[in-house]
Design a binder for this molecule. Structure first.
Ligand SMILES: [Mg+2]
Length: 270
């Protein structure tokens, strides 16, 4: 049963990990899907909760695998956080950032905001594979002193070669326990990132499809933003997980080749 009228969509927002690639591996249909969008003039943006790579690093890596995207097609939770800071804080605001070089690039590269570990007005926390106890102490002290506490994304784990490992959400929970302050979060499932990506593409919400692999971030967030949803089963969601939840996407596809076949077949005159 076809639930979605795929032909009606003129903009697509895609998650990356579990949709376009899984870990180091490009997923089947990714090259063809992006080529299909470009051929048919469908606007798209890749949106990821990860803050560990810059858009340019993502785009370079995808192009190396034959997926022809530019850095403007990529939005990370670090970009989403930066846009939120731009909207809410004046230039020269001192910010303490705990995260990867890609997060620091997003926040500080153009010199609008000022890195400050001593008396920041804002603490931004992203995935921090190299964080130190000392850095956590600086962040916690600033939050207790009244700095705004912002997390890039809520994911508590991320799949790695050896299995699940802690991600940003776990560090946010640690700092929340130490400070008694809950962070505000920029990444999915907050609708912010979907709205920002749509604004960047110039897409109409009613004609936008979100493709993701996670129910709690991609599907929940897209629905909160009022967008149509397609789930692919190439990432974290299994058929058993899908059967056990009330949160159902508009349509489920085994993988990108199935989605593309469904979309492409309807393209042909019958
Ligand atoms: Mg994903």
């Amino acid at each position: 049963v076809i639930v979605l009228d795929l032909q009606s969509f003129t903009t697509v927002l895609l998650d990356m990990d579990g949709v376009i690639y899984r870990g180091p591996q490009l997923l089947a249909g990714a090259v063809e899907l992006i080529a299909f969008f470009q051929h048919h003039g469908i606007r798209f943006a890749c949106i990821t909760n990860s803050s560990t790579r810059t858009p340019d690093e993502h785009a370079t890596r995808l192009r190396r695998d034959g997926v022809f995207v530019h850095d403007q097609h990529i939005m990370t939770s670090a970009q989403a956080t930066r846009q939120q800071l731009d909207a809410q804080w004046p230039p020269r605001t001192p910010i303490y950032a705990l995260g990867t070089p890609a997060l620091h690039t997003a926040l500080f590269n153009d010199g609008v905001f000022v890195p400050d570990s001593q008396a920041p007005q804002v603490v931004v926390v992203g995935h921090s594979p190299q964080f130190s106890y000392e850095a956590c102490c600086l962040a916690a002290r600033a939050i207790i002193a009244g700095a705004a506490f912002i997390g890039t994304n809520p994911d508590v784990t991320v799949p790695a070669t050896q299995g699940l490992v802690p991600e940003c959400g776990a560090l946010l929970a640690y700092l929340q326990a130490a400070t008694g302050v809950a962070p505000t979060i920029s990444g999915k499932p907050a609708p912010t990132m979907f709205h920002q990506a749509l604004a960047r593409c110039g897409g109409e919400p009613a004609r936008t499809l979100v493709i993701g692999d996670r129910l709690d971030t991609d599907i929940a967030g897209a629905r909160a933003a009022g967008l149509a949803t397609a789930l692919v089963l190439t990432g974290v969601t299994t058929p058993a997980m899908l059967a056990a939840t009330a949160l159902q996407p508009d349509q489920v596809f085994t993988d990108l080749p199935q989605l593309l076949m469904t979309w492409g077949l309807r393209d042909r005159p019958s």
